[in-house]
Design a protein around this ligand. Structure first.
Ligand code: 5CA
Length: 439
């Protein structure tokens, strides 16, 4: 992409009401624009990052055996009347009426819709297990939308739903998601801690939240310190084998959200120097709730004995749009955003220090062609701007590499290569720089 033709509206200062660093940086780097409280337009750079996060989530869900669908944003109120949640959900639900006077709502989650899909097609244990997921916009009319995309009213969620014949199989499905989530966050460059959590309006008796530590987070966590560096299981696990030992390894140590916290247990289970009380951002939440929806909605399957029983369900959410903010909270410096390679909107910024200089232009074009061919998605800053403004803009938008091309260096046959995360600079020939970036 040539910056002169792109749409990257950066701001010198963030609006005063943007309180936390990720919100300020998202506005300054031109990732999003607020349209109404908690409702955002995604500008090109923000959209690129959102799509990359989505893709990491999709790949790890597929690996763990889930199947992607796409459910509508608008749902029939009648389905929620069947489950009994229509009246319970309260003011957070955005209720709509169509021209035929039918009650609709903008989905805050999709247990009812997916249960309706399931019961229309699946009747036998032989078709189980199934895990259906979608990555779709949700709406919750939050009382206090704040911190930008962190607590929005309209937000992008990956929500998955598992269906199993009995509780043992359902726990296996839960364990798959538990481990897949750890792999997702690790690929996004985040250290996520699974903590025992309250089930709230989703319901059920087994639930974990995935929290990344950040002082500005809205969640309070109490956890054994060793969980922070425990790491993810990695992709090469036997998803059909016994996953319980891997899950237990990560649930043995004390970790709880504030609603589930038990100080006496915390003190008994974690030595004082290992007790961590911290703030964090909830980037995922998984639930096992058995028959809560399948029973009232009559989603039943015949077991091996021929008898029908309500299918055992769980649901699994990842806050995809929230993750954009969460990654920035975890990875920034005074100059701006520092994207992990896995979600960076561009792989490398080529900074042309003298547009119009034939030699500099030619070197930039050569680098642009080579890096494009190698799939590195270069962003070429070909604007007629001062070098200082260009450096500040590229630091702000946080692309992992900066390839700086100017007339002085070229006279010696060199360019400069800067790694955004460390600030480390190398002076080297153009070909070598292109190679160092991985092309
Ligand atoms: N049905 C279940 C799982 S699919 C569910 O809705 N769970 S949830 O309510 O915990 O939401 C899942 C994830 O969405 C949360 O962990 C959080 O990361 C994200 N999320 C929830 N509310 C918001 C919001 N207002 N703004 C941004 N992200 C949100």
């Amino acid at each position: 992409m040539r910056l002169s033709r792109y749409f990257l509206p950066t701001l010198r200062d963030a609006p005063a009401d943007a309180q936390i660093v990720s919100h300020r940086l998202m506005l300054r780097a031109g990732l999003v624009r607020q349209e109404a409280a908690g409702i955002y337009a995604w500008l090109p750079l923000g959209l690129k990052v959102l799509k990359k996060i989505e893709q990491v989530v999709r790949e790890e869900m597929d690996r763990a055996g889930a199947v992607e669908i796409l459910m509508p944003t608008l749902q029939l109120a009648d389905l929620w009347r069947e489950s009994g949640r229509y009246d319970d959900y309260g003011d957070e639900m955005l209720r709509i009426r169509d021209r035929h006077e039918r009650d609709l709502l903008y989905g805050p989650t999709a247990e009812e819709v997916v249960t309706d899909i399931f019961r229309s097609y699946i009747r036998s244990y032989k078709d189980l297990p199934k895990n259906l997921y979608n990555i779709q916009w949700k709406f919750r009319d939050e009382r206090r939308p704040r911190f930008g995309v962190m607590r929005g009213r309209e937000f992008l969620m990956k929500d998955a739903y598992s269906f199993d014949v009995d509780e043992a199989a359902a726990r296996h499905s839960y364990n798959r998601m538990f481990l897949a989530y750890l792999n997702i966050y690790a690929r996004l460059g985040l250290k996520a801690i699974p903590v025992r959590a309250d089930t709230g309006p989703i319901g059920g008796d087994l639930s974990h939240e995935f929290i990344i530590l950040a002082e500005t987070g809205e969640s309070q966590v109490f956890a054994h310190r060793d969980l922070v560096d425990m790491g993810a299981p990695g992709p090469d696990i036997d998803w059909d084998g016994d996953l319980q030992p891997l899950v237990e390894q990560r649930t043995r140590l004390y970790a709880a959200s504030d609603e589930m916290h038990d100080q006496a247990r915390f003190e008994a289970e974690a030595p004082q120097d290992k007790r961590m009380t911290a703030r964090g951002i909830e980037v995922g939440h998984i639930f096992y709730f058995g028959e809560k929806y399948s029973k009232p909605m009559k989603a039943v399957v015949a077991g091996p004995d021929g008898a029908e029983r309500p299918v055992q369900m769980g649901s699994y959410g990842v806050g995809v749009s929230r993750l954009v903010g969460a990654i920035i909270e975890a990875s920034h410096d005074d100059g701006g955003i520092v994207w992990p390679d896995s979600v960076a909107p561009f792989g490398v910024a080529i900074v042309n220090l003298r547009p119009g200089d034939a030699g500099v232009d030619a070197a930039c074009e050569q680098a642009y062609a080579a890096l494009t061919a190698a799939g590195k998605e270069p962003l070429l800053d070909d604007r007629d701007e001062r070098p200082g403004a260009k450096f500040a803009a590229m630091d702000l938008v946080g692309v992992p590499w900066q390839l700086i091309v100017g007339p002085k260096g070229l006279a010696d046959g060199t360019v400069e290569l800067k790694r955004r995360a460390t600030g480390e600079r190398q002076t080297l020939p153009l070909e070598a720089a292109i190679k160092a970036i991985g092309a």
